[in-house]
Write a protein that binds this ligand. Structure first.
Ligand code: SF4
Length: 113
């Protein structure tokens, strides 16, 4: 929702609260309209918060981890062959693969990038 719509909604709430939204309609209708507009604005705020948290999560996932951090994740992964230290999905030797900057975990979703 753009800022102009948000501003229009705020103005509508202000007008509804002083009883100027629609002339000739009763105070109950104005209050109902005001409540509906407030609900819409609250929903918009919730959607914005969800979008922001999703973006933060995606950015944190994009952040490259260090070799130690990656290998630590592999050590705790059920797909790692603990004896030979090979990933059961990609068959790579993980102490080496986790050092490669462009390497990624083949699991879906990836456990590290
Ligand atoms: S690369 Fe991914 S799937 Fe393979 S062992 Fe490491 S964390 Fe597990």
């Amino acid at each position: 929702m753009s800022n102009s719509i948000e501003d229009a909604l705020k103005k509508a709430v202000e007008k509804a609260e002083v009883g100027q939204v629609t002339e000739g309609q009763g105070a109950e209708e104005n209050q109902e309209l005001s409540a509906r507009i407030k609900k819409l604005m609250a929903r918009k705020t919730n959607l914005q918060r969800k979008k922001e948290s999703k973006t933060t999560f995606i950015n944190s996932m994009k952040k490259k981890l260090s070799h130690e951090e990656r290998y630590e994740i592999c050590k705790n992964c059920p797909n790692l062959d603990k004896k030979w230290k090979f990933c059961k999905i990609c068959n790579c030797f993980m102490p080496l693969k986790t050092k490669l900057r462009r390497a990624e975990c083949p699991d879906e979703p990836p456990r590290w990038t």
